[in-house]
Write a protein that binds this ligand. Sequence first.
Ligand SMILES: [Zn+2]
Length: 188
Amino acid sequence: MGMSRPIHYAAPMSGYCDFAPGHPLHGPYHDTEYGFPQRDESVLFERLLLEINQAGLSWETVLKKRAGFRAAYAGFDVDTVAAFDETDRARLLGDPGIIRNRMKVDAAIHNAQVIQEMRTSHGGFARWLDAHASEEGKPRDKASWVKLFKRTFRFTGGEITGEFLMSLGYLPGAHRPDCPVARKLARS
Ligand SMILES: [Zn+2]
């Protein structure tokens, strides 16, 4: 406390508010998606899938391939992806429109199956997130979220989990406080 800065929540994309606005790919994402809460299952699944696929690459690469991901992963329909078989796996691993990485493909399919189970256990992915958003009456911190994600999903390390949750407003820090989008989100 005191003079120390809250580096615990330093965004991997800090500086995003400076360079994203006006950029053909980053601009719309920054202005209308990044940090905005979402409830729709396929939107949440898409975000998780994109964050996982970003690992080792740039967010710009992922945004460039977004349409390719959408086509290859059945519009991010959880039931369709959860049922992908070996033929689908081979198709995905041969699709230059996405990131052809076996672990990332396997994670997408496995995580879709996990999200299916959340419908029964919690009433869906959004409600599962809500149910875990606080711990002992306080907002769950990043370290605790990461533990939870590691034991729930596949391919969700600290950076992926933190960025996924920040991008949905479950963790603070997506935008600089003086960013117009931060002010818009604070009002809503
Ligand atoms: Zn911003």
